[in-house]
Ligand binder design. Sequence first.
Ligand SMILES: *Cc1c(COP(=O)(O)O)cnc(C)c1O
Length: 380
Amino acid sequence: MKIEIRKDLNELPSPCFVCEEELLKRNLELLKRVQDEAEVKILLALKGFALWSTFDLCKEYLQGCCASGLHEAILAKEEFGKEVHTYSPAFKEEEIDEIIYISNHLVFNSFNQLNQFVNKAKGKTSIGLRVNPEYSSVEVDLYNPCGLYSRLGITRANFQEDKLSEVEGLHFHALCEQNVDALKGALSNFEEKFGEFLHQMKWVNFGGGHHITRADYDVEGLIQLLKDFKNRYPHLKVYLEPGEAVGWQTGYLMATVLDIVENGMPIAILDTSAEAHMPDTLAMPYRADIRNSDLPNVKKHTYRLGGNTCLAGDIMGDYSFDEPLKIGDKIIFEDMIHYTMVKTTTFNGIKLPSIVIKNDQDCYQIVNKFGYNAYKSRLS
Ligand SMILES: *Cc1c(COP(=O)(O)O)cnc(C)c1O
């Protein structure tokens, strides 16, 4: 697509995601500082942030990408380059050759999978295993990789110590939006259960869920924790693979008020959708921040905001504003860059938000727009 440039927010197509390069750069610089000071490598987890138009920037700071399967691995190779680390709960025979060809590290979720693919993979990629440190600190089950009966990672009870001859690394991913105290807990379980195997490994990967770029994250604590680990295991390369921390607070989703209706309270209908464009607000669920708004009845004018699909529950929530909303007003949902674009759907045929990058010169570059084809091409 030809990139279009706009100088003014009001000239952008609606709805649209706007990622601000300056904010992204700030996150990347912090992540790079962790890498440099702790001497670890940080990968971008594409699951949470796959805005590939920014990868030329991201790759100046990060070591590569972590992919969850073939398609993310191809995107990593095509658009990011550098290292590609691929983990999937289960790889498929028909895809494994290409995944091996692309991936520097390949992480299996079970000994079955290791046995199935080890002969194809050995010598071509560095083989790892995902283990489950059984440190369960994520409160929402949907996001807890160490919950009861979790399928993600091998528990110590199921770990086959005699099958490690081709295994060069261990991987765990146990956190979600957490601080250093949670990593400390997970790491201590990990070492207690799997520490005895680390002398024969070349690398470890502490997964994602580290909310490093959040204002209250203890960055110095993380650096110290990593340094201490490296002192205990100087032969190991250490990787982290955050997704959310890369895209955290780097932009917004802008939408337009299409209509205002009444039913016990005023309800604004927007040209976006919680279900189709911000699914985590319903799945998690959480209340998105809206610029210049407050909780209901705090400011003078309260509205329920709803999406433009026919799903009754496609509601963003109740918000209050200083001025009454008017048809045509812009609504800005804050922090809508991570785990949004990667999850949008064309449910109800609703148009996908355009994707815009605001660069250093205060120019808005429209890097992608979607029309009817995005809807039709995924059906038949
Ligand atoms: C989701 C995931 C990540 C990234 O997690 P964030 O919460 O976005 O930092 C990294 N590694 C694995 C294996 C994951 O499943």
